[in-house]
Design a protein. Structure first.
Length: 97
């Protein structure tokens, strides 16, 4: 299993909007992607720091979202709500239930 971790910061007053976009648009779009296994949105309500972790069955399925433009579409959904540019990294998930 592989994880894409996208780290961002938003103004604390925009956090509810970020949650709404993830629930209403990002998660449903993820669920349509082959190999998708889960999404977590983690936020610090005091600082606006947060991250989205998406889980993928294989590295190829995760990478397909970047080459198809799917990942960039999801980033664009929240771009106006961020106070700094989003950065991401990929990881091999070594331990999971």
């Amino acid at each position: 299993m592989y994880a894409r971790v996208s780290i961002a910061r938003t103004l604390p007053e925009k956090m509810e909007q970020v949650i709404g976009v993830h629930r209403e648009a990002v998660l449903p779009a993820c669920q349509q992607q082959q190999g998708f296994r889960g999404l977590y949105l983690l936020q610090d309500p005091d600082t606006g720091h947060g991250m989205t972790i998406t889980l993928w069955e294989t590295e190829e399925e995760m990478a397909a979202g970047e080459s198809s433009g799917y990942y960039q579409e999801q980033v664009a959904r929240v771009a106006d709500l961020l106070s700094v540019p989003l950065v991401h990294a990929t990881y091999l998930v070594s331990v999971h239930p």
